[in-house]
Write a protein that binds this ligand. Structure first.
Ligand code: SAM
Length: 278
């Protein structure tokens, strides 16, 4: 056998293995740089203690589906799955970063619950999220706001560093000079409702600005102002003092064009109430 023939076969075999290995090696070697360009915002990772507070303030449980908008290296999606047992999705525009983040998910052993997809947050559906996390920019938060406000009432939204302008946060936490904000998507109760409580029927009106509500109830010719009106996601509570001077307290849930719950009065009456949007 010639020298060429003796080496040709093993060489071909070696090359066949060497090239895929080299390609894999190259993929593994991708090292993101803090400050690198993204589509709408650069990559800067959220520090671990802030990630932890964001997920705690959103009260993430294994029943949640957490979506991180602009996933970076995947750390928020990974923490949600690994520490709190949630399902999670990270949406990352940079394809190299998305692959890198998915590898981090695999390495963290949470591939069954967490996933990274390459995509634009403004073109990817995240309406199924029960918790949305973000570390973007004020203008991007505002651009996302209408979409967030149309999500299911009760959806929790947490943002590292940046607020939502006149939509005041339900909680602001700070640590090491950094802030994290929480909002709970409120139900829409604005307008007129017909209230039925026991055998009585009356007309309720709510004014609403994000989660802040106030209102009144028609008691004959009197528009009696509501007291302690509160909306938290789909949970509502309010009270009024009737024409006999007795305070009546209502609490319940909003579901689209209906509300229902229980009431009690200072005079000791209790019962169920419901209201239908006019
Ligand atoms: C400030 S980093 C935050 C990363 C991660 N969420 C964290 O808190 O550690 C923002 C990330 O959003 C990505 N990004 C920028 N514009 C985007 C867009 N339109 N769609 C998806 N990802 C985007 C960037 O590539 C970057 O990784």
């Amino acid at each position: 056998m010639s020298m060429v023939a003796r080496f040709a076969a093993p060489l071909a075999l070696a090359l066949a293995f060497a090239f895929p290995a080299a390609a894999q090696q190259k993929e593994k070697e991708y090292e993101p740089q803090v400050g690198q360009a993204g589509k709408d915002v650069i990559w800067v990772p959220t520090p671990d203690e802030v990630v932890d507070r964001m997920l705690r303030m959103a009260q993430v449980t294994p029943n949640d589906f957490v979506v991180d908008l602009g996933a970076g290296d995947g750390k928020i999606a990974i923490a949600a799955a690994k520490k709190l047992g949630a399902r999670s999705l990270g949406i990352e525009y940079n394809p190299d970063m998305a692959k890198h983040a998915q590898r981090n998910v695999d390495k963290a052993g949470v591939a069954g619950r967490a996933k990274i997809v390459q995509g634009d947050i403004f073109a990817t559906d995240f309406t199924q999220a029960t918790v949305v996390t973000m570390y973007l920019l004020p203008a991007l938060n505002l651009k996302l706001r209408p979409q967030i406000l149309s999500m299911r009432p009760g959806t929790r939204v947490v943002s590292h560093s940046f607020s939502m302008e006149d939509w005041a946060a339900d909680e602001t936490s700070s640590m090491d000079g950094r802030r994290a904000y929480l909002w709970i998507v409120p139900a829409n109760v604005m307008g007129g409702w017909t209230l039925e409580a026991g055998s009585e029927r009356s007309e309720l009106t709510f004014e609403q600005k994000f989660q802040k509500i106030e209102g009144s109830v028609a008691l004959g010719p009197i528009q009696a102002g509501l007291r302690d009106a509160r909306l938290r996601g789909f949970q509502i509570s309010f009270a009024y003092v009737d024409n006999a001077g007795v305070r009546r307290d209502f609490s319940g849930r909003v579901s689209g064009n209906r509300m229902e719950g229980s009431f009690r009065t200072e005079s000791g009456a209790e019962g169920r109430w419901s209201a239908a949007k006019k």
